[in-house]
Design a protein around this ligand. Structure first.
Ligand code: ADP
Length: 624
């Protein structure tokens, strides 16, 4: 018998599960039945596609029995694909889910918050340790002769030894602890299966001994009769007519396929009956899946062909930006033995995918129109992936532009581009936006001063993806989007007399430019400032300063250093006085200060802060 240690994450997680998910301990049954159903799905697929298994007599079923009086055990048995000892090590000895470490780092130690997170993460098999102090898994992989017995008390270790099992499949036996004894009970089980697993597509049988009495008085004798009854409907939920499915049934189905403990935010069930016949059932989780921003995120959509499960890890079923969608695609037109390579190029699959995407996006659109509150929740979680879509899905760009939301100087919360357009001044020429890291810095940016004064709304883009996505949009409904951080955007702020001022300022601008040398690309007169003496912008086609910082943070090494354009406010008193002064030292200090203070407000780092402070103090000395 081999003794194994759990991977550290498992031990850590086991502890957490037991302590935080405690009030939902009954979900262990849903998790076990869902695993059994997955195992049956996998074997069924093999019997239909794999010559080695085609002869097999396959009568898929899940059986549940319990020992109420003696040992207090509960057993869940399936005749599915089963596991060999390597599988046991990989699947039950580690948490196979990607990003487990990341997830653990997010935990706070506050049991309420953590329970929420764990719900999102989905604990799967390990939830059994909430109700059992010892768990045995007797399993044999289909096509192999040796069976294995995995045993663990949910502490540090588990053991694996050879065993016997007449057919392939898995039997999980829970030795119930004090908290779990209530589950060795016929009524409890029946009720839980109905609640959590009614929609499971394979029959679930409950076996028990029914007690009755025979004879009278002294002669009276206990008699046990073995009973076996099917507890669930055993029909694929998504194939049933919509009108016959309750919201609760949809929700439970979602929880089974997603391992989420919360109800979904939204679902969408459609049947296509044109040239292609297929059914889709999609769910939007209340909270974005925790691994959404990891490269190795888990795909959320399962593919079935005529109710036969094909795969649940194909990232081809949905475009990457919709990776948060959970659910099912069931097609009658695909061949059963579609391989992953075929899926990628399959015409039918491509059609199903593109119309599913359209369906989903138009559902989101409707939600935004008919249920703003729900849409608000949706945007809180999924605005960013939608923006990714803007960048990657050209076909649906128009719709996506209607779906994304931005912060703004005029509207509270989030606003759409359409709403912005409606609020635009009659003669306003462009949709303006400012990009950067921090919302507060952006809202206070001197770059906004003149826009504010003229009552021009500016969209506040503090999501790092905005830098990349928004410039790629170009125009929305024939109106150009212009970055306030760039030189060309202030055209429309020009007023009469600006040109005369510019002329007048030219000699000073030239002096400043000579002093600053290659620190700046240019020094120009500004028409976007009112209270601040100066600001910096990027040249029309250069990456903005924020973009440069972001590229650096992403590990890009050789970004050419882009010099800013320094804009000087001709109306500011500092600038005016400087025009009339012939103090050379003062001019030099002030020139640098004009540049460096503008950089600071934009959240840039100064290369030599000590020089900045020295200059500042020299000026203060003169002033005090
Ligand atoms: P998940 O089901 O999300 O993968 P679990 O922790 O519930 O996470 O299960 C881990 C893995 O153990 C499963 O992915 C599967 O490979 C294996 N497993 C669990 N139960 C069974 C079973 N009854 N039959 C075959 N494999 C199983």
């Amino acid at each position: 018998m081999a003794k194994h240690k759990f991977k550290t994450e498992v031990s850590q997680l086991l502890n957490l599960i037991i302590h935080s998910l405690y009030s939902h301990k009954e979900i262990f049954l849903r998790e076990l039945i869902s695993n059994a159903s997955d195992a049956l799905d996998k074997l069924k697929y093999r019997t239909l596609t794999d010559d080695e298994f085609k002869q097999m007599k396959f009568d898929p079923r899940i059986e549940i029995f319990f020992d109420e009086d003696g040992q207090k055990t509960l057993t869940i048995k399936d005749n599915g694909i089963g596991m060999n000892s390597d599988d046991l090590d990989e699947q039950l000895g580690t948490i196979a889910r990607s990003g487990t470490k990341n997830f653990l780092n997010q935990l706070t130690g506050d049991s309420k918050q953590d329970a929420n997170l764990i719900g999102q993460f989905g604990v799967g098999f390990y939830s059994v340790f909430m109700v059992a102090d010892k768990v045995e898994v007797l399993t044999r992989r289909a096509g192999e002769d040796t069976a294995w017995l995995w045993t663990s008390t949910g502490e540090e270790n588990y053991t694996i030894k050879e065993a016997e099992r007449p057919e392939s499949g898995t039997t999980v036996t829970l030795h119930l602890n004090d908290e779990g004894t209530e589950y060795a009970n016929r009524w409890q089980i029946e009720q839980l299966v109905k609640k959590y697993s009614d929609h499971i597509a394979f029959p679930i049988f409950l076996e028990y001994d029914q007690k009755s009495y025979e004879g009278e008085g002294e002669e009276k004798q206990e008699k046990y009769e073995h009973k076996r009854e099917q507890v669930n409907k055993a029909s694929a939920l998504w194939k049933r007519p919509k009108s016959e499915i309750t919201e609760d049934e949809y929700y439970e189905f979602y929880k089974t396929i997603s391992h989420d403990n919360e109800d979904p935010l939204h679902y969408l069930h459609t049947k296509a009956e044109g040239t292609l016949q297929y059914t889709t059932l999609f769910f939007i989780p209340q909270k974005a899946p925790f691994d959404m921003y990891q490269a190795d995120y888990e795909a959320g959509v399962k593919l079935y062909v005529s109710r036969v499960f094909i795969t649940d890890d194909s990232k081809e079923l949905m475009p990457t930006y919709l990776r948060f969608v959970r659910g099912i695609i069931d097609s009658d037109d695909l061949p059963l033995n579609v391989s992953r390579e075929i899926l990628q190029q399959n015409k039918i699959m491509n059609q199903i995918r593109s119309s599913s995407v359209k369906k989903l996006l138009s559902e989101f659109k409707q939600l935004s129109e008919n249920n703003p509150e729900k849409y608000g929740k949706f945007i809180e979680q999924y605005n960013r992936p939608l923006k990714e879509g803007l960048y990657s899905d050209f076909t649906n760009r128009e719709t996506l532009m209607e779906l994304v939301r931005f912060k703004s100087t005029e509207a509270e919360g989030f606003t759409s581009l359409a709403e912005y357009k409606e609020r635009m001044n009659e003669d306003q020429k462009a949709i303006y936006y400012i990009t950067g890291e921090k919302e507060q810095t952006l809202r206070n940016s001197p770059l906004l001063e003149a826009y504010k004064k003229k009552g021009i709304e500016v969209l506040i883009m503090d999501d790092d993806i905005d830098e990349i996505v928004v410039p790629s949009i170009g125009t929305y409904q024939e109106t150009e989007l212009k970055s306030v951080n760039r030189s060309g955007s202030a055209e429309e702020l020009k007023t009469e007399g600006d040109e005369a001022k510019e002329k007048e300022l030219e000699p000073l601008l030239k002096k400043i430019k000579d002093i600053l040398g290659d620190r700046v690309k240019d020094v120009v007169s500004s028409n976007r400032l009112s209270d601040s003496p100066s600001c910096i912008v990027a040249d029309e086609n250069d990456p903005t300063m924020q973009m440069q910082q972001m590229l650096k943070a992403m590990g890009q090494q050789d970004i050419p250093e882009m010099k800013p354009i320094l804009e000087v406010n001709p109306d500011h008193s500092i600038v005016k006085r400087l025009q009339n002064s012939d103090d050379k030292d003062l001019l030099e200090d002030v020139s640098y200060l004009l540049l460096e203070q503008a950089m600071l407000v934009e959240g840039a780092e100064l290369k030599t802060p000590a020089d900045f402070v020295k200059r500042l103090n020299r000026i203060l000395e003169k002033a005090v």
